[in-house]
Design a binder for this molecule. Structure first.
Ligand code: 6CS
Length: 282
């Protein structure tokens, strides 16, 4: 082979490598697919103010509102939401039923191993809704574990369920609750003694219930503050990276705060941490 031929081949191989390396968003084609599709299929839970579906089907809540704005800037016109239990969101994403989870799915190491999270979006502590006067004096998940009569309701596959089990509450005293309204009813009817969700979700639920027999304990003692991110399928990191570029611009311009703070979330809290830190947290 002549030197000229060798150099020509080497040069073109180098150019090809450079082209592929420089075109990550194009590389996995998912963003192009969503642009073609005209919308991104998002998994939500319908747990205001993180996510909400009105009677007319309109989707709102801080997580979908941020996602809608970011996708619009990426050239994906809209989002189409489907309601899912928290524990079913990641399997649904992996099975291709959703393009992304935008539901306040808190970043934790085991979840970070299963999906490709964006940078942080919504942060919140944990709360209890319980009978007025807190008769069982429950302030932490350990208090629930230590009281053999105490039954806690929490979302299936959700953070609060896991925190209760990790604190030592036996499985038969951790009741899976499908949604906020069910949790409130179960508390009011005495089926559970405490219902646990993030602070803003519990406050929204109890405020709307207008039931003087229910009170809130927040934050739950000993429970961490968690943050969510948009969760993408492993292997679609190029789409996640493109999402992060636009999310960072929203954060820098102040538009991120304008979207989430009316819902009660703190932009500063999300901007004070990173996916790397949250995914490494014990
Ligand atoms: O990420 C989770 O598991 C929790 N996130 C929210 C917004 N609500 C409850 C759920 O357990």
């Amino acid at each position: 082979m002549s030197m000229r031929t060798f150099l020509t081949m080497t040069a073109s191989a180098g150019a090809l490598t450079a082209f592929v390396a420089a075109a990550p968003a194009w590389a996995d084609g998912k963003l192009e697919e969503l642009k073609e599709q005209g919308f991104a299929r998002v998994a939500i839970a319908n747990e205001p103010p993180f996510t909400a579906v009105a009677a007319d089907g309109k989707v709102s809540g801080a997580a979908p509102d941020v996602a809608r704005e970011v996708f619009k800037r990426l050239g994906v016109e809209d989002i189409v939401a489907s309601i899912s239990e928290y524990g079913a969101m990641i399997p649904g994403l992996q099975a291709g039923r959703h393009d992304v989870i935008t539901a306040g799915l808190f970043m934790k190491p085991e979840r970070c191993n299963a999906v490709a999270y964006s940078e942080p979006i919504l942060c919140d502590a944990e709360a209890f809704a319980l009978k007025k006067g807190n008769p069982l004096k429950l302030k932490s998940y350990k208090d629930i574990a230590d009281n053999p009569d105490a039954r806690i309701g929490a979302p299936g596959g959700g953070t609060e369920e896991k925190l209760a089990l990790e604190a030592g509450v036996p499985r038969d005293r951790v009741i899976v609750v499908p949604d906020g309204q069910s949790g409130l009813k179960m508390l009011q009817f005495g089926r559970i003694d405490v219902y646990s969700l993030p602070v803003l979700s519990i406050n929204d639920l109890v405020a709307k219930a207008k039931d003087p027999g229910v009170e809130v304990v927040a934050p739950v003692e000993g429970a961490p503050v968690y943050c969510d991110g948009a969760a993408f399928k492993k292997g679609e990191e190029a789409l996640r990276d493109a999402f992060d570029v636009e999310l960072a611009k929203l954060k820098q311009s102040g538009e991120f705060a304008k979207i989430i703070e009316p819902y009660g979330f703190s932009a500063a809290a999300a901007m004070s941490t990173t996916r790397e830190k949250l995914c490494a947290a014990k």
